[in-house]
Design a protein around this ligand. Structure first.
Ligand code: SF4
Length: 310
């Protein structure tokens, strides 16, 4: 079966990267809120990936375009600064280890100017790997993992079909840090709806404290048509937060988490308010920024719905 190149879904900080698909879909396709729900995992052939790397390297070196290479390769490559690569798709780390290593070796050899390679990684993918394997990937410039904690609340993790509990995400984080890989963790404001709001926020703050990641990205729940959570909302079984209630969760998480050195951000397009800073040092400033908006309760201070995106 030919490989279906996935759409580009990426962390905000990877906007300057070249997007290299290793897989399509997600191996853990059971999360009830996620657009990857029910997606079919496809593992791309190594030979196919290498031919894309070769074509990319040739284009960067001499501007030559080869026939048979998807136009999207050159569309991305022409504005690419050559420094970062992001491996697609939902969890490229699921790629069998020897093949993943072969791809990274090829990437290092053909594009030596690349400084850092990043990927989404599920906690399951990370836990399946030994620290030695992760260190080997790190040597090959796989320098950052983006992993969804989503919530620290085990009951909610089970309810949304994440397939792991908070303790497993914490354990995955330990391995990533031991391997010297940057760990960026995503959380989702409003994931439990109104009923479990403070519980979700406080448990998330606790889990983040345990993980002590390098980066935290807060997203605001967006109900995606076709997902089970969207259907639950349609049946009035899920009750989403109001925009200001999302901010109350954000505040609780910033206030109650403790980090040694973390960049915390709600810059993602799904959020009603963009807050960012280093924790712990910027905590007071960030809380004041949220408080100001919570006190004014003025919708004009929020990102308008039509500008919010996934
Ligand atoms: S593991 Fe991540 S990408 Fe996969 S379905 Fe769950 S949230 Fe989506």
């Amino acid at each position: 079966m030919s490989f279906n190149r996935p759409d580009i879904i990426r962390p905000p900080s990877e906007w300057k990267s070249y997007f290299l698909p290793l897989t399509s879909g997600c191996s853990n396709n059971t999360c009830s809120f996620c657009g990857y729900y029910g997606s079919k995992l496809q593992i791309r052939d190594v030979a196919d990936i290498k031919s894309e790397i070769d074509a990319l390297a040739l284009f960067i070196r001499s501007g030559v375009r080869l026939p048979g290479i998807p136009t999207v390769v050159y569309a991305i490559a022409q504005d690419w600064d050559g420094r970062r690569v992001f491996l697609q798709d939902g969890d490229a780390l699921v790629h069998p280890f020897p093949k993943l290593r072969e791809v990274l070796q090829n990437l290092n050899e053909k594009l030596p100017g690349v400084e850092r390679i990043g990927t989404y990684a599920t906690p399951q993918d990370i836990l399946r790997r030994g620290v030695d394997e992760l260190k080997e990937l790190r040597q090959l410039k796989l320098g950052i993992f983006y992993t969804g904690l989503e919530t620290g609340d085990d009951e909610l993790l089970q309810k949304i079909g994440k397939g792991v509990g908070a303790e497993q995400v914490i354990e995955a984080g330990r391995k990533v840090k031991e391997a010297g890989i940057i760990f960026s963790v995503t959380i989702i404001l409003g994931l439990g709806g109104i009923e479990t709001s403070p519980q979700h926020a406080l448990a998330t703050a606790r889990a983040l404290t345990e993980i002590d990641p390098d980066y935290v990205g807060a997203l605001t729940l967006t109900l995606v048509p076709g997902t089970p959570l969207y259907e639950q909302w349609q049946r009035n079984e899920f009750h989403p937060l109001s925009p200001f209630q999302f901010l109350e969760e954000l505040r609780l998480i910033i206030e109650n988490s403790s980090f040694s050195h973390c960049f915390f951000s709600s810059m993602h397009a799904s959020n009603y308010l963009s807050v960012r800073g280093k924790l712990p040092q910027d905590r007071e400033r960030m809380l004041k920024q949220v408080d100001k908006v919570l006190e004014a309760k003025d919708p004009a201070l929020l990102r308008p719905e039509f500008l919010r995106g996934l």
